[in-house]
Design a protein around this ligand. Sequence first.
Ligand SMILES: [Cu+2]
Length: 119
Amino acid sequence: MRSLRPIAVVLIVSVLLAACGGGGDTYGPVDEVPDDAAAVVTASNLEFDPTEVEIETGDRVAWVVDDGVIPHNVRFPDDDIGSENLREGEVWARRFTRAGTYEFVCTLHPRMRGTVTVR
Ligand SMILES: [Cu+2]
C-alpha cells in the first residue's frame, strides 16, 4: 500500500489545482455594491472609471453600470470569465485570490478597458 501514496498525493494536488482554476476566485452578479468592496468601477459615458485598480490579494472589486439605456459588461479575456450584459444599476463583483494583473474589457464597447492589479 505504501507505494500508492505518491499517487494519492498527486491526485489530491491535482484536485486542489483544478479547484483553483480561474484563480479560485468567486464572482457573479450581486444586488448592490458589496460593503467589503475594495474598489468600485463605474461604467458610465462609455468608459470605465477608474481604469486602473490596485488591490490586495483577497480583495473584492465591484463593477456598476450607470449609463442610462446603454448596457455594458465586464469580461476578463485571460481567464475567460465575466458578466452578462448589465443594465443601469446592475452590479457584478469578483474577489481576486491570486496576485497578478487582470485586464478587463466591455465586449460591447471594446475600447472600454481597464486593469486590476492584485498585490
Ligand atoms: Cu460597454
